[in-house]
Ligand binder design. Sequence first.
Ligand code: NAD
Length: 370
Amino acid sequence: MVKAKTRKILLLPGDGIGPEVVREVKKIITWFNKNKSLDFSFTEELIGGASIDANKTPITDEVFFKSLESDAVILGACGGPKWDNLEFSKKPERALLKLRKELKLFANLRPAICFKQLVDSSTIKPEIVSGLDIKIVRELTGGRYCGEPRGIEPIENNQRKGINTHSYTTEEIQRITRVAFDLAKKRKNKVTSCEKSNVMEAGVLWREEVQALKDKEKEYEKIDLHHMLADNCAMQLLKNPKQFDVILADNLFGDMLSDEAAMLTGSLGLLPSASLGAKDKNGKIRSLYEPVHGSAPDITGKNIANPIATILSLSMALRYSLDLDKEADLLEAAVQKVLDDGLRTKDILSPGKKEVSTTDMGDAIVAKLK
Ligand code: NAD
């Protein structure tokens, strides 16, 4: 059989349960290499606390440059109590912020999928969430979290003032809108853009520029575009989440809405995410894939962490960075089949289901790929 081109994947297991869940991803990559004649070359490097311990820095230049050269980077998690007392600029999480900033990852994609097999894990009524499948596209490098001026400054009468600036340009808004529209074209063509245009000028601009892009570009003429105030979207997500397909929001509102949507699905252990940058001159998109959860120090080393969020992060990498939609479908179907068989890690266990370890869950998913 003819081998496909080599695709470079950089694995950054990180801290806590990171190495445990990334180990299951390695099994899947190895299976694809062996059985689908794919030529993934993967290397594994330290990041976060593990890198601080070994190299005195959360990410070395060498690892950073490797991330630039990779076709996809898959991260486990960074941080944990051991490093909590370090000053802010030296904490493990700085590695993640550096990667996001330097790779110019301006788009964050988070699916909120409620597997029918796990509908009881959600706190919302089954009929509201069963079969839910939405994607939140969050702008990641602008807005309230990144705008200047920022800081805390003294003012008169011994008082202080905290300042964060919310601003977006046409270019920043249209760049993230393209990501949402392109994603919608692969799905149901429906986008709901959220802002607060009733009280914020930056919200007015957001609404106008999103609409202008749709109106001016022929390739987006079929997009069914809706505008919604972000607070209403927060309510609608609880009331009738299946009305949404792709939700587009800025950094701040996207942060809130994606956490809310995540909890509709029941468990942190199931939620993947992708952070994407712009295409470079060779058409390559810089990207970082990671589970939404953190390093879970409370369950580290017990072989009970749910590896599905990280495995589905690999599936997003196959789809969005490696152009391997069929393989992504295969992997997602394998996850579904394992859940159909009633296998559950502790975090999603319910009566009548079989509890399995992290390693068993990974093995079961690999077995269903066949
Ligand atoms: P967390 O996501 O690590 O854990 C929250 C709860 O969810 C814990 O009870 C944990 O056991 C459970 N959980 C998380 N992932 C799970 C999985 N895969 N399977 C089963 N249960 C799972 O959040 P936290 O406790 O607030 O943070 C712990 C550390 O992780 C902190 O140092 C934090 O800074 C870091 N963190 C890192 C990232 C990242 O690297 N992207 C994200 C969030 C938190």
